[in-house]
Design a protein around this ligand. Sequence first.
Ligand SMILES: Cc1cc2nc3c(=O)[nH]c(=O)nc-3n(C[C@H](O)[C@H](O)[C@H](O)COP(=O)(O)OP(=O)(O)OC[C@H]3O[C@@H](n4cnc5c(N)ncnc54)[C@H](O)[C@@H]3O)c2cc1C
Length: 428
Amino acid sequence: MSQDAPILIIGAGQAGATAAAALRALGHDGGIVMVGGEAHAPYERPPLSKAVLADEQQDERIGVHAPGFYAEQGIDLRLATTVASLDPASATAHCADGQAISFSRCLLATGGRARALPALPEGQPRVHYLRSLADARGLRAALRRERAVLVIGGGFLGLETASTARAMGLAVTVVEAAPLLLQRAVPSVFSDWLAQRVRGLGIDLRLGCGIASIPPAADEVAVMLADGTALRAPLAVVAIGLHPNVGLAEAAGLALHPGNGGIQVDAHCRTSAPGVFAAGDCASQYQPLFGQEMRLESWQNANEQARIAAAAMLGVPTAPSALPWFWTDQLGCNIQMLGAMDPALRYTLRGSMEAPGADTPPRFLLLGMAGAQLRHAIAVNAGGDLRPLRNLIEQGTACDIGLLCDTALPLKQAAREATAVRASETQS
Ligand SMILES: Cc1cc2nc3c(=O)[nH]c(=O)nc-3n(C[C@H](O)[C@H](O)[C@H](O)COP(=O)(O)OP(=O)(O)OC[C@H]3O[C@@H](n4cnc5c(N)ncnc54)[C@H](O)[C@@H]3O)c2cc1C
């Protein structure tokens, strides 16, 4: 492995673009080659189900970096190019177009692709999946053409898409197999609140409804639910999860996690092959807060792992990964989450889940406690309130939940007093 060869980044998405910038910021002045299968320079995916879906003017505003960034930083960006194989032993990658790229170190930032529903495959007329800008453009055109849409899957992506489609004036039906929304990410009290909010916006939400069959239909999509209900719509969006893009890694003999299918990395984003790193949606890493190895499919995780991988590639010490944080904009609310959800936590409300008025959105926190320790916080239209809570979760500081949820005190003060009370109890 020649140290003079460039660093190769495979995948020009969130993690790839962030890693390239981090390498330069950390002083790497050698070559960087970034190869991306899409025709676009790296762009942010979160707006695809939100602003981009409703407004084509956003298409040009979602670049991870400004258009001139890659040339200015001497980053050799090769778009519309797919890496077809990777040989860690000879430190060489081969692209589908025949070019071979030697590297000193390599970052796999290959992301993932939408999980397919076999009876409604991608490419079938009236069926849409949403992962790329091209997908968003296709779906946007269809949403403008049609009056109704059936969203299959009530996860974050399905709910965001449903919410945007509803705001565009379509009749929207959401079908979710689980009995609760976002069951693995939020406590049931929040799932119930979300369901109420979804229905309040006039979205027809079918919970606990598995799909029994999908009969062929001309000029529409027809779905038969397990409870016998038949649904028909001129348009369907399938949002049932993600498969990590790990084909390259698997063929190269890298270790994959047997459960989540991601490329296994250590705390420095090193894979099982020397000189090869992985970051973002494709990577599986031990998450101390969750107590298990996981793939975190989030914007923040892609950026964090990219930063850590870049430092590790250069042998530069860096801060450990920040607390998991996630946000979503949907149903007229900004929802942010910090820490790790666990159904065993006891959740307490700060504020009110009721909207104070028709035009004023609700504003509240749901705080998940393990004994006297805060482990998980959900903020609805109150993202700034997560700041004083970050230290509490990170350090496992004991705190008094009654004081923390006392809205007579500003949150910063409440957090201070809630920990002081517990500290004095411990001392006495
Ligand atoms: C519609 C949508 C909305 C989202 N909303 C939110 C949100 O609100 N909040 C949040 O936290 N997260 C959100 N996310 C998730 C977040 O965008 C992802 O977690 C993040 O983009 C992951 O970054 P990544 O670099 O790992 O993968 P990606 O951004 O997917 O980039 C991977 C890139 O690698 C390329 N590639 C793959 N294989 C090869 C190969 N062999 N050769 C060359 N190139 C290759 C792919 O084409 C792709 O361009 C959303 C995602 C989507 C799709």
